[in-house]
Design a protein around this ligand. Structure first.
Ligand code: ARG
Length: 287
């Protein structure tokens, strides 16, 4: 009798596309205040280690063919390394951030100035509190947006109007996951990964409806900042501690690329927090 081997549905082939990223070197990184539960001003920060980890992040992105631009950090702005918070850029339209906390307020104009010197079709400062890609994730046909800790629904409305894209509001409920990008990662135009417990029941319903095939991260993935990763459509740059998520990504045909920025975790950020993507706009139906 021949043994019947169960049919294995093979994972789809994932295709990387070359991205343009903006990073800010942690030359002035330190933890002198606490504006999220990960920050402890009493705990020492090893800036040399932060710089070394950041250098590896940058080199890894470049080694995968991506373009990396850097914004100079500014003295007295220890969180400026988290370039994801600088704004939102999609298809040459840019909106620079307006920070929730006074400690970071000066980063808004600093990033704005940097954007102003680039070739962008249009640039506007956010009028509502808006911490850029921290809370706004471009997902091809729509923008997924966090609400609850840093920005408000009026910021979502401002973004929807400016970029002329639907914005899906998702309420965050766990202070450890205070920005959307700590709890949800866009893998490609139709695939996301997220940590359900970070969201309100209504947001969980919305996500389950829009992304029935999403990868669901577990507690350890989430506290390891695994969802604070970056996908080019194939490679997913993320924290090595997110072991179940890494296995699930592999299972789904993605190639996880572990990058350790644990020293920056002392500021409450991971891989994605360090990176703003200058997105191309994709007006065709995702397929
Ligand atoms: N200390 C920073 C803050 O609390 C960390 C920002 C992390 N950035 C992010 N995109 N989640 O604002």
């Amino acid at each position: 009798m021949t043994a019947v081997t169960p049919l294995r549905v093979s994972a789809p082939t994932r295709v990387a596309s070359l991205r343009r990223y903006v990073l800010c070197r942690p030359d002035h990184f330190e933890v002198t205040y606490a504006i999220n539960p990960w920050m402890d001003p009493a705990a020492p920060v090893d800036r040399a280690r932060a710089l070394a980890q950041w250098d590896v992040l940058r080199a890894t992105l470049e080694a995968h063919g991506h373009t990396v631009d850097t914004v100079p950090g500014e003295p007295g702005l220890p969180d400026m390394v988290f370039a994801a918070n600088s704004g939102i850029v999609i298809g040459g339209l840019a909106m620079s951030a307006r920070f929730a906390h006074p400690e970071r307020a000066a980063e808004g104009p600093a990033f704005h100035q940097w954007f102003a010197a680039r070739e962008l079709r249009e640039l506007a400062p956010a009028t509502e509190i808006n911490e850029g890609e921290g809370d706004f994730a471009f997902a091809g046909q729509r923008i997924l947006a966090g609400v609850g800790f840093r920005c408000s629904l009026s910021a979502h409305a401002e973004v929807a109007q400016y970029f002329d894209l639907p914005v899906i509001s998702l309420e965050l409920v766990d202070p450890r996951f205070y920005h959307l990008d700590t709890a949800l990662m866009v893998l490609d135009d139709t695939t996301i990964a997220y940590y359900p417990a970070a969201f309100s029941p209504a947001a969980r319903d919305t996500l389950a409806h829009l992304y029935p095939d999403a990868i669901l991260a577990d507690d350890n993935d989430a506290v390891s900042f695994g969802l604070n990763g970056l996908s080019d459509g194939r490679h997913v740059f993320l924290d090595p501690g997110a072991t179940s998520l890494i296995a699930a990504l592999r299972e789904r045909g993605f190639t996880p690329v572990p990058v350790d920025v644990s020293e920056l975790r002392k500021g409450g950020g991971g891989v994605k927090c360090c990176v703003l993507e200058l997105h191309n706009r994709r007006d065709t139906t995702a397929g």
